[in-house]
Design a protein around this ligand. Structure first.
Ligand code: NCD
Ligand code: ZN
Length: 346
């Protein structure tokens, strides 16, 4: 039996760090175990210009523990008025690593997102020319489409047409939650990869809805049926380089989650690597974990691997994680996988 596991220091290819007191409260939770993270730009107001990204990066750096071995990889929030020249210049100077497309209204703070990709073609063409990756929140927002079908419909009506129109654009289909999402990535010959969250490998929609409503399991895209969860586990543990970790760790204070209209988001930064080691061990795939957390992402983004390592150790007694992280904006509940965790980053 394997009891220790040393991995190249992981990266998180989709993370919400927020701003202000929340940022200061939760940034150490990621910086402890991760070398880099793609930082989501959905602040209020969003991170739209290079100047916004520079300011946000500096606030993140100021919020990190002084000894942190962590680099934020900044993104810009794509709007229908984004200036292609600003995006290209921000990437050329190394300020941003990607651009994020939110369909308008799809999720938390996405009101200034894209209504029709036709309206952002000049930006996307400039990105394709410059080799700038596009991260996509892949859900349609049409109220006539059932929330559990929104990812599959997005693939057929938005993502596939966009990729056919601009095959040179490097795309990341973020936080995929369905068999259709897995199949679509596997069908692509090039310029498509996907991130998978920790929680979507562990929960299905029953976790949210059976035995009382569980707001801390509600996120977007919402967890789907069990067969979708199994498809995600198969993809993540396959070693296929097109799948890698993006935790989508997305903190909201407990009052904002435990509400008549609760926010979407699961906060998993604190125990993500313990959860993943558990999942990969369950699947008999501990030897694949490093590819998922530390190798496939940098390879797709064209970045070097991290040069340091972390070690996980399996202990007989369950690891005790805090139930909440205290922040200046209130308590944030840590993802509860529903089973004891025995792997610990030492
Ligand atoms: C994210 C958030 O809270 O910012 N929430 C979520 O459920 N994942 C937004 C997002 O990435 O969709
Ligand atoms: Zn997210």
């Amino acid at each position: 039996m394997t009891n220790t596991l040393t991995l190249i220091r992981p990266d998180d290819w989709h993370l919400h760090l927020r701003d202000g007191d929340m940022l200061r409260g939760i940034a150490p939770e990621t910086a402890r175990d991760f070398g880099r993270a793609i930082i989501m730009p959905n602040l209020v107001p969003p991170v739209v210009t290079a100047a916004d990204a520079r300011g946000y990066r500096d606030r993140i750096m100021a919020a990190l523990p002084t000894d942190a071995d962590f680099k934020p990889l900044m993104t810009l929030y794509l709007t229908e008025t984004t200036d292609p020249a600003d995006v290209v210049a921000a990437h050329a100077e190394g300020l941003i690593s990607a651009v994020k497309l939110y369909p308008a209204g799809a999720t938390t703070n996405s009101d200034s997102g894209v209504r029709d990709t036709v309206n952002v073609m000049p930006v996307l063409e400039a990105m394709a020319d410059a080799g700038i990756p596009l991260c996509i929140h892949g859900e349609v927002t049409d109220s006539a489409v059932d929330i559990f079908d929104r990812e599959a419909v997005f693939i057929n009506t938005v993502l596939d047409p966009l990729r056919r129109r601009l095959p040179e654009l490097k795309v990341i289909s973020e936080h995929i939650t369905t068999q259709e999402g897995v199949d679509y990535v596997m069908s692509a010959r090039e310029n498509l990869a996907a991130t998978i969250t920790t929680h979507h490998l562990i929960i299905n929609r029953n976790h949210i809805l059976v035995g009382g409503i569980k707001p801390h399991y509600y996120c977007l895209p919402v967890a789907k049926r069990e067969h979708h969860r199994l498809a995600l586990r198969a993809a993540a543990t396959s070693g296929d380089p097109r799948f890698f970790l993006g935790t989508d760790s997305a903190p909201h204070s407990d009052p904002n989650k435990e509400s008549a209209c609760g926010c979407a988001g699961v906060f998993s930064a604190t125990n993500t690597l313990s959860c993943l080691a558990h999942v990969f061990e369950d699947e008999g795939a501990l030897d694949i974990l490093e590819a998922f957390t530390s190798k496939n992402g940098p390879a797709y983004y064209g970045l070097p691997l991290n040069t340091t390592t972390i070690t996980l150790q399996k202990q007989a007694n369950p690891v005790r994680f805090p139930a909440h992280i205290e922040t200046g904006e209130g308590k944030v509940t840590v993802f509860d996988p529903g089973f004891p965790l025995h792997w610990r980053v030492i």
